[in-house]
Design a binder for this molecule. Structure first.
Ligand SMILES: CC(C)(COP(=O)(O)OP(=O)(O)OC[C@H]1O[C@@H](n2cnc3c(N)ncnc32)[C@H](O)[C@@H]1OP(=O)(O)O)[C@@H](O)C(=O)NCCC(=O)NCCS
Length: 178
């Protein structure tokens, strides 16, 4: 797919992000407008959007930082500015534009963005996912760590991790060599 029409930039319109979030998760899993606004306020550098022409938000990734090298209910509710682990809370693409590689492109952009932040403060990216999305994250270079202690909604969560220094180009090309 040709992604040249898209722009990646930090999200400041949290209401637009919340609109996508509410359309994308069951009510028990969707972040509230207040929680998205909190994340954007405390960790604006970790709230990245994918914009179609006219600055229409098509997808976003948002995260906060933690000293903990694991996602827990507590670490997900708090941003530690000195934390070296990036806890990804949400990866969302507008329902009408899914299965076109947008989330994969957004994750690649997020990985580069985090690695290029001044002082490169971060070591690792962490997220939790349900079984059907394992392939999305494994293809994006995340390693499955195992079941997560987080209980949130009806289905089990599994934790994934990816070192910030992992090379996206190598991961993208690897399947082509098989
Ligand atoms: C998950 C989500 C972000 C994926 O966005 P997307 O732009 O459709 O993802 P991509 O097109 O980059 O998918 C790349 C690959 O990931 C896998 N994948 C993506 N969505 C999948 C799904 N719903 N079920 C199974 N595999 C999926 C597939 O292998 C896909 O490749 P393919 O389309 O060639 O089969 C989107 O479906 C979404 O917003 N879902 C609701 C919110 C959510 O659950 N977020 C994840 C929280 S952990």
């Amino acid at each position: 797919m040709d992604f040249t029409e898209y722009t990646i930039r930090l999200v400041d319109d949290v209401a637009a992000a919340h609109c996508l979030e509410a359309k994308s998760y069951p009510p028990s899993e969707a972040g509230s407008l207040a929680s998205l606004a909190y994340r954007q306020r405390v960790a604006p550098d970790l709230f990245l959007g994918l914009y179609a022409p006219g600055f229409v938000l098509r997808g976003f990734v948002c995260a906060t930082a933690s000293a903990e090298d694991s996602l827990t209910a507590a670490s997900m509710e708090h941003h530690d500015p000195a934390g070296r682990h990036v806890l990804i809370h949400s990866v969302v693409v507008d329902p009408q534009y899914r299965r076109r590689g947008l989330a994969s492109a957004l994750l690649r952009a997020f990985h580069r963005h985090v690695a290029d932040l001044p002082g490169t403060p971060y070591l690792r990216l962490l997220l939790i996912a349900h079984v059907p999305l394992f392939e999305l994250y494994q293809r994006a270079g995340y390693q499955l760590r195992g079941p997560s202690p987080v209980v949130h909604g009806p289905d089990a969560w599994f934790e994934f991790a990816r070192d910030v220094t992992d090379d996206d180009l190598r991961l993208t090309l690897a399947p082509l060599r098989q």
